[in-house]
Design a protein around this ligand. Structure first.
Ligand SMILES: NC(=O)C1=CN([C@@H]2O[C@H](COP(=O)(O)OP(=O)(O)OC[C@H]3O[C@@H](n4cnc5c(N)ncnc54)[C@H](O)[C@@H]3O)[C@@H](O)[C@H]2O)C=CC1
Ligand SMILES: CCCCCC(=O)/C=C/[C@H]1C=CC(=O)[C@@H]1CCCCCCC(=O)O
Length: 229
């Protein structure tokens, strides 16, 4: 069973019909919802719990690019604040110490959050924030004991609409970006999905940060963790 949200109601409804005809009407749900808004997100999580009984897997995927005012503020609202909101609401519903059954949260960051990104610094900062948020919660002993795992996927360029829409609003130099894309290549959605599924299925993965790129495929990164006493 799956529920997904998007601000694009038309695209969401079309995807919903495809999922329902493939997996059955009662197994897919879509809600128009803006991840940057608290009340609609709270309502959405409540509705999913009431309809499906519990939440096992949550993916915070919504993301945009925007480097100039006021779009840079929206980028932080959607990417960093939206992912933080979705992560905290997911934890509330999944934690065994709050009546949940445990589960796994997968957040979608970017290779731009692992590395410097001179052409989209605000985007890069939001994606670095997602990595720090996810790893920090994954290493929190109360979260671990409450049966929730958290992992993060960091794709480089993927064959979606987002990279077709690189422009002066979301990139500081479109020409340089095109050359960069040509140099490192575009990875398929399937590679990213396989990586996502591996992180869902492998119960030993908690706090993993995995990069997916055309050039290097799927790579587990290693970042030193100093235990907090
Ligand atoms: N395509 C790429 O090269 C890469 C994408 N990513 C990340 O992957 C994730 C998915 O992006 P793509 O599928 O590539 O882009 P996309 O632009 O095709 O899809 C993003 C979706 O998010 C939705 N969305 C935007 N703002 C929203 C909001 N406030 N609330 C709810 N939904 C909202 C859009 O309507 C759209 O359907 C994003 O977080 C993106 O930053 C990461 C690395 C590379
Ligand atoms: C220098 C990066 C070019 C920036 C172009 C842009 O505005 C954003 C592109 C991004 C679309 C989604 C992303 O996550 C993109 C950045 C991916 C950067 C990949 C960095 C690869 C690496 O450092 O290995």
């Amino acid at each position: 069973k799956v529920c997904f949200c998007d601000t694009n109601g038309e695209l969401g409804t079309k995807t919903l019909s495809e999922l329902q005809s493939k997996y059955g009407e009662g197994n897919a749900m879509f809600q128009t919802c803006d991840v940057s808004l608290q009340q609609p997100m709270e309502n959405l999580f409540k509705k999913v719990k009431e309809t499906f009984g519990c939440l096992d897997i949550v993916c915070n995927n919504a993301g945009i690019g925007g480097e100039v005012y006021p779009l840079w503020e929206k980028t932080i609202d959607v990417n960093l604040k939206g992912t933080t909101r979705g992560t905290l609401l997911a934890l509330e519903h999944m934690r065994t110490d709050k009546g949940g059954k445990g589960g796994v949260i997968i957040n979608i960051s970017s290779a731009a959050g692992l590395n410097v990104n001179p052409l989209s610094p605000v985007y890069s900062a939001t994606k670095a924030g997602i990595i720090a948020l996810t790893r920090s919660l994954a290493m929190n002993s109360e979260v671990k004991s409450a049966g929730v795992r958290l992992n993060v996927v960091c794709p480089a360029f993927v064959d979606t609409d987002l990279i077709k829409e690189i422009n002066d609003d979301n990139c500081l130099d479109v020409q340089k970006a095109s050359k960069f894309i040509e140099m490192i290549g575009v990875v398929s959605k399937e590679v990213v999905v396989d990586c996502f599924m591996e992180l869902v299925r492998d119960v030993n993965q908690n706090g993993a940060v995995v990069k997916c790129s055309k050039m290097d495929g799927t790579q587990y990164t290693s970042i030193e963790v100093k235990p907090v006493t």
